[in-house]
Write a protein that binds this ligand. Structure first.
Ligand code: CUA
Length: 334
């Protein structure tokens, strides 16, 4: 279930290639610093122990410019290196490439659900489902093609969970009421551990599954097989019509309703009634559905009812995806 060495497992994420080097660098900086500080301290304790005759030539020094400059500049330079290095690598492993394949990750007590909007496939990685896949000889857990950037968009049905894939150096909290994003690009086929890294209740330790990295052919085959099964992500268009959204919001451009048109809304800067503007990203869409009063669009009344408690996490996700696709080139499927 869990194969671990004392040291790190090999990193197989192209987007986090440099993180181990930085970790080792920081480790050695701290080891050397500790040796210098502790060594000096122990030497002083020995040299100036009680009863030692101390030779004082002239006035004892109170200030040494060279030393002061050295112990200010050297740590500052090291911090500068760590900052630049860290920022570069953190950015690379945090911001998904634009051509990344999207997987929606939903955490809930106590299993993960993976939705593939581009394939309209849903995988629920319960222990039972994993068992069934094993018996059938299928890849288990989160199945992804090799050498393909993957964008994980996570949210939670209940409490805070955290998606942790040591082999990819990926760890990202998965929160209720907000989306978080993680990304990776697997460079080697195989099966890797995926843990929940945030204590989430009695079966937290059982909230584990695998990431199966397979060839592109095997991935296509897997998706084709999943097509024949019944699990599908919730259809956003159905949620949209079933929840009465269309009563107030048009989905065509420049059509005024009681509320603003949703066509082309995603990614736009939206002017608000309080004079500020907000970027209409997924978290904005989500919040506007659950807490409409918090951000009123300029020129519209504060009249939208909250859908908090009326949509479950699946429906909310589907609705956000549907609105995101309105008026974009890739259509409403994404
Ligand atoms: Cu989910 Cu711990």
């Amino acid at each position: 279930m869990f194969e671990a060495d004392f040291w790190f497992p090999p990193s197989v994420n192209a987007l986090a290639a440099g993180t181990d080097d930085l970790f080792i660098f920081i480790l050695w900086v701290t080891v050397i610093s500790m040796a210098v500080v502790m060594g000096t301290m122990m030497w002083f304790a020995y040299r100036y122990r009680a009863g030692q005759p101390i030779l004082k030539e002239g006035v004892p020094p109170t200030h040494h410019l060279g030393l002061e400059v050295a112990w200010t500049l050297i740590p500052t330079a090291i911090l500068g290196v760590i900052f630049v290095w860290g920022t570069r690598d953190y950015t690379a492993m945090s911001i998904p490439p634009t051509d990344a394949m999207e997987v929606r990750v939903t955490g809930q007590k106590w299993f993960w659900t993976f939705d593939y909007p581009s394939h309209n496939i849903r995988i629920q990685a319960t222990p039972e489902a994993t068992q069934r896949a094993r018996i059938a000889g299928d890849p288990v857990g989160l199945v992804v093609p090799i050498n393909t950037p993957i964008k994980l968009v996570g949210s939670s049905v209940d409490v805070i969970h955290s998606i942790f894939i040591p082999a990819f150096r990926v760890k990202k909290d998965v929160l209720p009421q907000r989306y978080t994003v993680a990304t990776f690009e697997a460079t080697e086929e195989g099966e890797y551990d995926l843990f929940c890294a945030e204590y989430c209740g009695t079966k937290h330790s059982g909230m584990i599954t695998k990431v199966s990295v397979v060839s592109e052919d095997a991935f296509a085959e897997f998706m084709a097989k999943e097509e024949t099964k019944s699990a599908r992500p919730v259809d956003g268009a159905q949620v949209f019509s079933g929840s009465g959204c269309a009563g107030c919001h048009a989905i065509t451009p420049d059509t005024a309703g009681v509320g603003p048109s949703l066509h082309g809304l995603y990614g736009r800067s939206e002017p608000l009634a309080d004079g500020t503007t907000v970027l209409a990203d997924e978290n904005y869409l989500r919040e506007s559905i659950m807490k409409p009063m918090s951000q009123i669009v300029q020129g519209y009344g504060a009249i939208m009812p909250s859908y908090s408690g009326r949509l479950d996490e699946d429906e909310l996700n589907a609705l956000v995806l549907y609105i995101r696709g309105l008026g974009t080139d890739d259509g409403s499927a994404l």
